[in-house]
Design a binder for this molecule. Sequence first.
Ligand SMILES: Cc1cc2nc3c(=O)[nH]c(=O)nc-3n(C[C@H](O)[C@H](O)[C@H](O)COP(=O)(O)O)c2cc1C
Length: 320
Amino acid sequence: MLPKFSSKAFLAPMAGVSDPALRLQCKLLGAGLVVTEFTNIHSIIAKEKQLKEKMRTIQEFIEFSEQERPLSVQLFGSDLGALEKAAKIVEPYFDIIDYNMGCPAPHITQQMAGGALLQEVNLTTQIFETLVNAVKKPVTLKIRAGVTDSSKFLFKDIAQLAEDKGIKMITFHPRTVSQGYSGNADWKLIKELKEISSIPIVGNGDITTPEDAKTMLDETNCDYVMIGRGAMGNPFLFEQINDYLKTGEYKQYSFKDRLNSFFDYLHLSDNYKIKFANIKGQAMRFTKGMKGGAKLRSKITLSKNIKELEQIMRQAYFIS
Ligand SMILES: Cc1cc2nc3c(=O)[nH]c(=O)nc-3n(C[C@H](O)[C@H](O)[C@H](O)COP(=O)(O)O)c2cc1C
């Protein structure tokens, strides 16, 4: 059974972005579900071996906190034996096991993983069976529409198959793999998927405002919405969506609020081993759209450690 979600707005898995500090921040600001960055099944198995020798657990590799719950872990990779092993390793720690069938990055699709799987019905069938049989926790799926424009309806067959095999929820980003992030997400396809599905559908793609979230829910009838890029450097979006859906109004936040919120992020990040390059990336995103932001970001790029980064971000209070 799926856990109960406190909000209809979820934070998308984003490699290099949805680290445990940002996830927690979004959760505290009202995200109904947060998902880890996608994780390679082979790395999980290799890491578990190393950690076992030191009597440590996989939590050191995929870091999270209890406050993030319900928490979903996203896996990628299509070797069935490894998939079964990796799913069993992570199962005790997470509430949902999510499977990635949407990633368009060539280094992923070339290893028959991510979005490339949408055209591999036999292998996909085996993947769903393997995952659902390996764990008792709910297994969910994240997909794109298809591989190319001429196969943009592959999602229908895959979604039906997923449902038949016991997948409990599908997140749908209605772009094709070859589209990458160009053009618009075709929300009409979310409506089409919702019409043929009996399991919850999470609509995803191009939501940047509370109004967008409501429009997607209203127009497609999807059960939940998932937000990726719109929440980058803007964790307030979850609170705003929740308020807007409830009351039709929401609080506006200033750049100063965004800066404060970056320092909240930084404070939370102390508890984890997040790469400095990723923290710098977060700083860039929290300054997006800010007056003097471009200048600030060129300084951020040059910063060499957290102390320098903090100093630069403090200066931003005087220019924003
Ligand atoms: C930097 C970045 C990293 C991403 N990493 C993942 C990932 O690890 N797993 C995944 O399923 N999708 C990943 N995505 C896709 C997002 O989850 C989401 O489907 C996509 O960005 C569309 O939603 P949006 O328009 O709200 O950003 C990533 C997207 C971005 C921009």
